[in-house]
Ligand binder design. Structure first.
Ligand code: GLN
Length: 427
């Protein structure tokens, strides 16, 4: 059963001298690379070589990092299992009977196996943080707008962020400092240093909020590791306050995400018609038949399911409107939290990686519980969020997720580094 197809293409690059000098890394196969195919693990893009590097790849090359290859992913980033790449399934490096998570599955596997110290991923609804947690590595989603997405094949552009998967918080921070640059090719980027609010000093950032009642959704071993993490923080004089997640938010998070991401996916994959680029068919009667044929033949089931859902939501504008209004509520609630507290912390995902046979290929929306959807808060809210390993349950890694206010990415790294140090010391 072990079949780990986590690297899809390889090449050498010229070495230069700088911050990440000679550090090799891998990039998820949805980042444009000028000399390597960029397939997004889809048969539809099997022959696509963009001819230009994504901005993040350019910045990393300039800093001396060496791109060694591309990693497999759930097709077009539509998934959270690692079972949906056109090159075959990817399983968990700690136990092949379990999923690795996704969609940045190959990147997470490569870092967990120690092949590279970091890899690039993309995070739309947890795709960096969730596989990182299942693999026992660090997964980071920066504040929206700090890292250019030019050359990242979009899934849902109002949610997409470039993310980093790495073997430590320090490596993650180093990479972040290189790639967090305003980019004229992505006009939605902003300067990380320019902020209307004063950066918070780590020495005064002592208030952490956690979510009431979350422990009851954890296994006893997970709950114990989570409690140990909280105790570490208390010992370090953090004030920990448990708050209630409003029922409206916990009940609608996933649906809101599903509506927004699948509707935006429809508009991005509009170009996947087999007319301008990608695979082509020549025997179709008309354009409609052509699009239908090409998509049936070359797109996987999960992507087609989302396109169907997205088209339905787009026709039914009320659903979309409600989802965007609800998103604003999530933003308002989280902003209120960050006016009072410096960090928001919770265990997430709420279990170790599930078994392959217990994982759904499709996004059903009904099988997961709110406590397992919390990574979506930072996706909808746009603030920085980091998965940090805290231990093992049944031989599989578990993590906490730490969040900070918008543009407080550096502050987040500081807290993560200090927890990481303590956890390493007693494990
Ligand atoms: N698991 C989520 C989904 O399937 C995450 C996708 C992502 O972040 N790219 O939509």
């Amino acid at each position: 059963m072990e079949k780990n197809n986590f690297i899809v293409s390889c090449k050498e690059q010229v070495k230069t001298k700088d911050k990440l000098e000679n550090i090799i890394y891998l990039a998820k196969d949805n980042f444009w690379t000028e000399a390597l195919p960029t397939t997004a693990s889809s048969n539809f893009l099997a022959d696509f070589v963009p001819g230009e590097n994504a901005t993040v790849i350019k910045l990393l090359t300039k800093s001396g990092a060496i791109l060694k290859g591309k990693t497999a992913m759930d097709e077009f980033a539509c998934g959270g299992t690692g079972l949906l790449a056109n090159t075959g399934i990817i399983t968990n490096p700690h136990n092949f009977q379990h999923i690795v998570g996704g969609s940045s599955s190959g990147s997470a596997t490569a870092v967990a196996k120690g092949l590279v110290s970091f890899a690039l991923g993309s995070d739309t609804g947890g795709s960096v943080r969730q596989p990182a947690a299942y693999c026992g590595i660090v997964g980071f989603k920066p504040s929206s707008g700090l890292v250019s997405r030019y050359g990242l094949i979009p899934m849902a552009s109002s949610l997409d962020t470039v993310g980093i998967l790495a073997n430590s918080v320090a490596t993650t921070e180093k990479v972040f400092l290189v790639i967090a640059q305003p980019d004229p090719s992505d006009l939605l980027t902003i300067d990380a240093e320019q902020t209307t609010t004063k950066p918070v000093s780590f020495f005064v950032a002592k208030k952490i909020t956690i979510l009431k009642g979350i422990e009851k959704f954890l296994s006893p071993q997970f709950a114990e590791s989570y409690q140990k993490t909280i105790n570490i923080l208390k010992k370090k004089n953090y004030q920990i306050k448990a708050i209630e997640i409003p029922p409206e938010i916990r009940e609608n998070l996933q649906l809101c995400y599903l509506i927004i991401c699948s509707s935006e996916l429809v508009s991005h994959l509009n170009s996947c018609q087999g007319i301008t680029y990608g695979q082509k068919v020549n025997n179709a009667e008309n354009v409609g038949a052509k699009v239908c044929q090409i998509r049936t033949e070359y797109l996987g089931k999960s992507v087609r399911q989302r396109l169907l859902l997205g088209s339905y939501f787009l026709q039914n504008k009320k659903d979309c409107e409600k989802a965007y209004l609800f998103r604003q509520k999530v933003k308002n609630w989280t902003e209120k939290i960050f006016r009072k507290y410096d960090f928001l912390l919770f265990p997430s995902p709420n279990s170790e990686a599930p078994k392959v046979e217990h994982s759904s290929f499709f996004f059903t929306g009904s099988e997961t519980h709110w406590s397992d959807n919390l990574l979506l808060l930072a996706s909808l809210g746009g603030f920085p969020s980091l998965s940090l390993p805290i231990g093992f349950v049944n031989g599989l890694p578990i993590s906490v997720n730490i969040n900070a206010s918008y543009k407080q990415d550096k502050l987040l790294f500081q807290l993560a580094k200090s927890i990481e140090k303590e956890i390493k010391a007693f494990s």
